[in-house]
Every structure is written in C-alpha cells, then in structure tokens.
Design a protein. Structure first.
Length: 408
C-alpha cells in the first residue's frame, strides 16, 4: 500500500520567506527609483506690459554742406556735442583709395573708447548684463537678416566690453589709447596735405555724419502740430538729399517720436503721463523716460501717439524710422508656474508642500507671461481661504493632489 508524503512545513515557511524577501527588495528598489517631488519656491518678481510701436524721430537740425569734394576727415563722433564755431570736418582733394576707410575706422575706435569712459556709479555686474543683452539682440538680428542693425549694435557691444575691462582694471579712462589713435588719425590726415576745405558750425549742437533727406520736414514744429493727414503725407514723401551734404547738426536737444498704430494697441496710454521706452534696434540699449504729449484717435480705429524727450545720450542712434518698446504698466507680485494653477469652485489655487502634506493656497492672477503667472502679493481671499505667501513651496508636476495628501 502506497504511503502519502506529508507536506514539509519547513519548506513552506522557507518559500514564504523568499517571497517576502523578493517583495521587500522590489519595494525598496522602486522606492529608490521613485521621482522626488519637485518644488518651486515663491519669490517676488516684476513684469512689464510692453507695447511695440514703429514710428519716426522728429528733431530740429541743420544740414552741413561743403562745395569741395574728396576725402572727408570728421573731427567729431556721432552724437558728440560741439560748440559754436567748431570745425567738424576737413575735406581733402586727393589721397589713397583706402585712406577714407582707415580714417573712418580710427574715428570709430576713438568713439567706442570715449563712450567706454563713463563709468561713474556703474558696476561690473551691470555692464555684464548689458553685454549679455546686446549679444543676444545681435544674434537675433543676424538670424533675421537685419545685418545693418546688428552692425550698429556691434559698436555698442565693443564699448560695453571696453567699459567692463576698465572697471575690472581699476583704471579711470582710456586717455592714452585715445591719444594714440588720434595721433594715427592725424598722421593719416597730414599725409593728405592741406585740406581743400573745412566745415564749421555757426551754433552749438550735436553732430552727426549722416543725412537722410528728411531734415527739413521731420521738425519739432511738425511734431507739435501733427495730424493724421500730415503724418501720412510726411511718411510717404521722398527724401531730398543735398549732393554736397557731409552731415547734420542737431540744434535742439528736444526730440519727438511719433507713431501711428491701432486704437487697441494704444489702449492704456494716457496723454500727459510718462513711460519707460526702449529702442530695440538702437545702439543705445538703456531705458529713456518719455512723455506722451499727444494721443489722437480717428473713426477708422487708428491712434496717433506723440512722445517727447529731452534725453539725448551720445550713443543714441538717430535713425529716422525705428521701433520703440513702451512699458504701459509694471506689475509686482509673486512669480509662479502657470501649469500648477487649479480652478476650484471659481477660485484659483496652487498646492504647496507644508510639513509633509499638500495644502491649497488661493492666488489672485494679475499677469501672464512665458508660462508663468504673476500673482498679487497682498491678496486677501473673500472666502477667507489661506493665500499664497513668500517662500511657500509650490508642488510641481503632480496631478493627483488634494488638500491634506501626504507627500513623501
């Protein structure tokens, strides 16, 4: 008769222990691979509501002419202030073909170094920020094919880099370098012999070596009496460039910027108020404070804006038609990721990490930009819900959250 084998309890226990060991190892491996919860620290920030316009510069200027022709040696850089009676340029009848280019290059280097010496109250970090901004803008302009604007900004980048070197070295200026370049420039000019003619100015002002043929039309008086009709007429006219023009003298430091835009884009801009304005294609990258002196609208849905300024930095490029970015409003608050905002019962919330748990905090959105919200830093919930505060840690990338959920 067959004997039935009794089960071995020892083997069963060993098998169970092996299973538990496997579960334990798998659990801890899974725990070690588990993604940590990502947190976003709440910090104060500001945001700007910026509107971009395309408009025209209006200024009073005198065209400087010379009946003689030949190689021009400019004694001043663009934007430099000159006094009455100053000789701004000499004209030489003869010279080598590349002499004009060499003189112009030396004058450009001198101009860059002169702009680099205004370092009072400036830090290396501030200049580095300017360098980064200029480098990024030049890359954008090159990528878009706007090589002329990129070239204009390149000189300002060189000036900023020279300014940074000056600050880092502890020196006060580039007097020796400028003197050496001036000597080279004068030697080149002397090699041309005596000037055939010299051009002087009869009044003080700001010198520019270029002309565009609109000097007698885009004047201060024209800006002060501008209408839709006169603006359209001015911007459609052909330039009238004098054949013997060698530059211009801006005789008043006041200037206007006039632009025609849609009434919708002009919304929020009020005549009599001042605004921070930047010119993105200009060699001067800092903000200029401008007053909106006139705002006109018509029945077709257009607006005509006239901005005024008395600020004229020497490196500001006076190209007639330019884009301008005007800061309509500046907001202050807390910056938070837009994707982490939940709408619950008509109110907006985020989840924060609070002592190991997820907790709801109500927010009031005041601005949105580039995937982030700016929320009020002084908000009081009408429902008395807890509100977001400085240094709170917002839980990022977690979908299945609820108030009180334990967060490992």
């Amino acid at each position: 008769m067959e004997q039935r084998t009794k089960p071995s309890y020892k083997k069963i226990i060993i098998a169970l222990l092996c299973i538990l060991a496997v579960v334990y190892v798998v659990y801890h491996i899974a725990q070690s691979l588990r993604r940590d919860v990502e947190l976003f620290a709440v910090r104060p920030d500001t945001a700007e509501d910026v509107q971009t316009f395309t408009g025209y510069l209006f200024r009073d200027e005198t065209v400087l002419t010379c009946n003689a022709s030949g190689i021009v040696n400019y004694r001043y850089s663009n934007g430099e202030k000159v006094s009455s009676g100053s000789i701004v340029a000499d004209v030489y009848a003869f010279g080598k073909e590349d002499t004009t280019e060499q003189i112009a290059n030396l004058q450009n280097q001198i101009s860059v170094l002169k702009r680099s010496t205004s370092i009072s109250g400036t830090t290396v970090d501030q200049v580095q920020k300017q360098i980064d901004t200029l480098s990024a803008r030049i890359s954008e302009l090159n990528a878009s094919g706007n090589l002329s604007a990129a070239s204009t900004l390149a000189n300002e980048l060189l000036a900023a880099m020279a300014k940074k070197d000056l600050l880092a070295s502890g020196r006060s200026g580039y007097e020796n370098e400028i003197a050496a370049l001036e000597a080279q420039k004068n030697a080149l000019a002397a090699s041309l012999g005596a000037p055939n003619a010299s051009v002087s100015v009869s009044s003080s002002g700001y010198f520019y070596s270029g002309t565009d043929g609109y000097e007698g039309a885009f004047t201060l008086a024209a800006a002060q009496t501008i209408t839709f009709e006169s603006f359209d007429r001015l911007t459609s006219m052909s330039p009238s460039i004098a054949s013997n023009a060698i530059g211009t003298l801006m005789t008043d430091f006041h200037w206007y910027y006039v632009c025609k835009t849609s009434a919708a884009d002009a919304e929020g801009f009020t005549a009599g108020d001042t605004y921070d304005c930047r010119f993105p294609d200009n060699s001067y990258t800092e903000t200029i404070r401008m007053e909106l002196v006139s705002k006109q609208t018509d029945e077709r849905g257009y607006a005509l804006l006239t901005f005024s300024s008395s600020s004229l930095p020497s490196s500001f490029d006076m190209t007639r038609c330019q884009r301008m970015e005007a800061v309509r409003t500046t907001y202050s608050g807390y910056r938070i990721p837009a994707d982490e905002v939940r709408v619950i019962d008509g109110a907006t919330f985020v989840y924060i990490f609070d002592e190991g748990s997820a907790r709801l905090r109500e927010v009031d959105i005041i601005w949105e930009e580039n995937g982030y919200y700016l929320v009020s830093d002084s908000y009081e919930s009408p429902s008395e819900n807890p509100v977001l505060a400085l240094n709170d840690l917002i839980i990022v990338g977690e979908k299945d959250l609820y108030d009180g959920k334990i967060i490992h």
